[in-house]
Ligand binder design. Sequence first.
Ligand SMILES: Nc1ncnc2c1ncn2[C@@H]1O[C@H](COP(=O)(O)OP(=O)(O)OP(=O)(O)O)[C@@H](O)[C@H]1O
Length: 259
Amino acid sequence: MAKSIDVSDLDIYYGDFKAVEGVNMSIRARAVTAFIGPSGCGKSTFLRALNRMHEVIPGARVEGKVIVSGQSLYDPTVDPVAVRRQIGMVFQRPNPFPTMSIYENVLAGMRLNSKKLSKSDADGIVEKSLRGANLWNEVKDRLGKPGMGLSGGQQQRLCIARAIAVSPEVLLMDEPCSALDPISTSAIEDLIHELKSEYTIVIVTHNMQQAARVSDETGFFNLKAAGQPGHLVEFNPTHKMFTNPDEPATEAYISGRFG
Ligand SMILES: Nc1ncnc2c1ncn2[C@@H]1O[C@H](COP(=O)(O)OP(=O)(O)OP(=O)(O)O)[C@@H](O)[C@H]1O
């Protein structure tokens, strides 16, 4: 089931360095939320704090609250591995497992969850996930072939199929199209549009046209100065953000006057 995420007063650190400061935000279920902003303002850091991937870096930690449909993500009783299962992540570069077939790549997350699957259940999940990622028709006759043999755009859709195979509640995407050509980018954007009926999707993108095309809500992050923490300047419906933003800094960024 898609879940909403409420963030309050979130500070994010790498050791002593505060990378992101004071974020308050409500991310809606079954909607696409985009994060934009100049390089180094903490978009990826903030995204990784939403599924506890941030803390795998030694010395990294957060202060503040992240509530996922009523449950505190950083509560000491919460298992971070279970969180990462429920809140999946797709990365900038497609990263299928190099030694695995297309079929096994889709199931990799399920296998990690150590679920014993019957052949017919496994077949069903593979087909459903590949259909969900709009890849089924292109690969159905070569499921046993290596995932690495696909094009970049197909590999990224395979990674999305792998992420949705475990039925996550939220999908986090960190610049998922930055390594792709315009046609593959368009395929991923169409897919994001379809997936939002089932999932809560959060996407970091450098491409403002992409944010405008795919998202319902947009957060603009910025830095006050070099070496200072990044912060959320404005969070608004995407249409408003790109036509009539509240903050002059947002206006300057989206009109290309800096960043
Ligand atoms: N593993 C790390 N250890 C220490 N500092 C880090 C680490 N990763 C990121 N940072 C720092 O945290 C700040 C935010 O980085 P982050 O990658 O989140 O920004 P970003 O907005 O996603 O940038 P970009 O758009 O260039 O990807 C930067 O100052 C960066 O140098």
